[in-house]
Design a protein around this ligand. Structure first.
Ligand code: MN
Ligand code: MN
Length: 471
């Protein structure tokens, strides 16, 4: 056996060690990751929209002892409640041993994903085919949404006050829908368009029918037949589309990827991967030292605006209620609090390495990725986490034996993006982004690594159990 040279020993002591997490992990950890991801895949299939994610999360939370917030009640340490924000966002609270004035631990993930929303007047007939007009939601590469099976999810809110839920296209025996694309034979002109323009917004029309209503005369008989079917199934008329939220999402299910089954492919992993990890941790962390707040937010993909997004007063009001119970103010609580903005980052793709700066890019299987700042250009539009807070998070992760890495969202000046972090930082909270690296982010079928998913879940648990307070 050869002795290590001096430089080797000094390198070991001084260099930052980076290693593939699957190489270092025990068989037991990898088996736990696989088992966790079986549950995660079921969640992905059950929660294809923000509304379905809230519903699924509430069902699990009620089983774990959470009940709806009662403003008349003063909650004691260990007690748990939830605040359901219009069925599209939700917060789970487990009251901690310490007074909230000493700070709370907030984990925030988002449960909305890019998709095709139906327009208010979606249904039309052309060339004896019935179609839906759509308006895309979030940042998509439009050409990716053609010629794949789509399902329709959402609600009609009728004038009588009833809300009818819609979900068509998930089960194998149900029909699905499709945005058709031009055949290559006739696409010579289309092929000259720039990629971003390959399919245009007004070309994202969803095919929904071709069978005409049986009558000798009359026009728009295919459209009529579709309305007949919708009336039969849901009791709705064309006017009910005006007060509906209907979303076309990819109809395929979450699957293992790779001969080694080490990865997961699915729609909506940004950011339901972090949302699921955060939810599981919220259910499992009981009697935490500090109060734990887990938020599953809506509207992140469109800038967090609106009353179900985190650029609203939702979190502030939630903390005001908590503060009132303990005779303090939300300001005092928030200033002392810490947050993980749990969102995905881009993993480095061997096919497209040129957009990443490899020394500061996240790799699959290297664990949860900390993103100190997001934004664009000269760090605009982001909250840059403080060295002190990142230091505390780093200590927490290392002490818990969690594999983690850092990642920037691409090379300087090549693009950028944002998360909910800055809206929570605005409230005076210490915030850093942490989540799972993803390939093909925002595509109809995104890829993550099971090991990274599991490390992110473990992070969320430890965050509640041994929170990283700077002060
Ligand atoms: Mn995201
Ligand atoms: Mn996103």
């Amino acid at each position: 056996m050869s002795e290590k040279s001096l430089s080797e020993r000094r390198k070991e002591a001084l260099f930052l060690q980076k290693k593939n997490g699957r190489l270092l992990a025990s068989e037991e950890t990898l088996a736990s990751a696989d088992a966790f991801c079986e549950d995660y895949k079921r969640f992905l299939d059950a929660a294809k929209t923000e509304r379905e994610a809230v519903k699924t999360a509430l069902k699990q939370a009620e089983k774990a002892g959470f009940s709806a917030f009662d403003p008349a009640k003063s909650y004691k340490p260990g007690e748990r409640y939830y605040v359901n924000n219009r069925g599209k966002a939700v917060a789970f609270v487990t009251v901690g041993q310490a007074p909230v004035e000493e700070g709370v631990c907030i984990t925030a993930a988002h449960i909305d994903s890019p998709r095709l929303d139906l327009k208010p007047n979606p249904l039309y007939e052309d060339l004896e085919l019935a179609l839906f007009k759509t308006h895309y939601y979030g940042g998509i590469k439009k050409y990716q949404w053609t010629a794949i099976p789509l399902a329709l999810h959402g609600v009609f809110a009728k004038k009588d006050g009833t809300v009818v839920e819609v979900s068509i296209g998930e089960a194998e025996d149900e029909p699905c829908f499709v945005v058709n694309d031009l055949l290559p034979h006739l696409a010579a002109e289309q092929s000259k368009r720039k990629l971003g323009d390959g399919i245009r917004g007004e070309e994202l029309n969803v095919l929904v029918g071709s069978h005409p209503f049986k009558d000798d005369a009359g026009s728009e008989l295919v459209k009529l037949q579709i309305l007949e079917l919708l009336y039969e199934k849901y009791g709705v008329t064309e006017a009910d589309f005006l007060s509906a939220e209907l979303e076309c999402v990819p109809a395929f299910h979450a699957r293992d990827i790779g001969l080694d089954r080490s990865m997961i492919g699915s729609y909506g992993q940004d950011d339901r991967v972090c949302a699921y990890c955060a939810l599981r941790a919220a259910l499992e962390v009981k009697n935490p030292p500090k109060t734990v707040i887990t938020i599953l937010a809506d509207k992140e993909e469109v800038g967090s605006d609106g009353n179900t997004g985190l650029n609203s007063a939702f979190l502030q009001h939630l903390v005001e209620d908590l503060a009132a119970m303990q005779n303090t103010t939300a300001g005092r609580v928030l200033r002392a609090s810490v947050c993980l903005s749990a969102d995905v980052n881009a993993g480095m793709d061997p096919t497209f390495p040129e957009v990443m700066e490899k020394r500061n890019a996240a790799l699959l299987n290297y664990g949860a990725v900390i993103t100190k700042y997001t934004g664009a250009r000269g760090k605009s539009d982001t909250s840059d986490a403080s060295a002190e807070y990142v230091g505390a998070v780093r200590k927490m992760l290392d002490e818990a034996g969690i594999a983690w890495q850092v990642g920037e969202l691409g090379k300087v000046d090549i693009g950028g993006g944002g998360t909910v972090a800055k809206y929570i930082a605005d409230l005076g909270v210490d915030v850093v982004d942490l989540g799972v690296p993803v390939l093909s982010m925002h595509a109809p079928f995104e890829t993550t690594a099971k090991f990274d998913v599991f490390m992110t879940y473990r992070t969320m648990c430890v965050f509640g159990e041994r929170p990283p307070f700077v002060r």
